[in-house]
Design a protein around this ligand. Structure first.
Ligand code: SF4
Length: 164
């Protein structure tokens, strides 16, 4: 596959249509778009993008799996560090975090990491996402106050720890 210089644009609703509904404006990548964008990544050995990610997602790792069309593997890498990839792929300020550090941004446009994250997370959701296994009780109780991204992530990570 030849390497595209500029990042693949995100399809969006036409303004004349979107001003009559409350659906998402950005429509997400198709498989073809995601694979073309994924090819732009250099799979750096010392990935600066990861240093820009607050939860240190293995960005080249999930992109490599996506390129290989190993979607389950890609989801696994992504969710290894981030419990809410569909949310982060949409609302994280990537332009000032991971994408701001991407080496491709020095001489051109950075890899569209957030759009690829969204694509992989949406693939996972479309197949019904893995249902979490109910953890065995360990006779310890933890209360998580708040149901925002931090609270949900803390609850999810604690549940995972209870399973190990
Ligand atoms: S810095 Fe950019 S090119 Fe390098 S691994 Fe990260 S996303 Fe890919």
């Amino acid at each position: 596959m030849s390497q595209q210089v500029s990042r693949v644009a995100m399809p969006a609703q036409d303004p004349e249509i979107r001003n009559k509904n409350f659906s998402e404006v950005a429509l997400g990548y198709t498989e073809e778009m995601a694979l073309i964008e994924a090819e732009r990544c250099l799979l750096c050995k010392n990935p600066q993008c990861v240093k820009g990610c607050p939860v240190e997602v293995d960005i080249p790792g999930f992109i490599k799996k996506l390129r290989e069309k190993d979607m389950e593997g890609s989801v696994k890498v992504l969710k290894g560090k981030n419990s809410l990839p569909a949310v982060c792929g949409r609302v994280c300020p990537q332009e000032s975090q991971c994408e701001a550090k991407c080496i491709k941004g020095i001489k051109g446009e950075p890899v569209a990491i957030g759009r690829l994250e969204r694509y992989v997370a949406d693939w996972d959701l479309a197949r019904g996402a893995e249902t979490p296994v109910k953890p065995e009780p360990k006779n310890k109780k933890v209360a998580v106050i708040g149901a925002g991204p931090a609270g949900l992530t803390a609850a999810g990570d604690l549940a995972k720890m209870a399973m190990t």
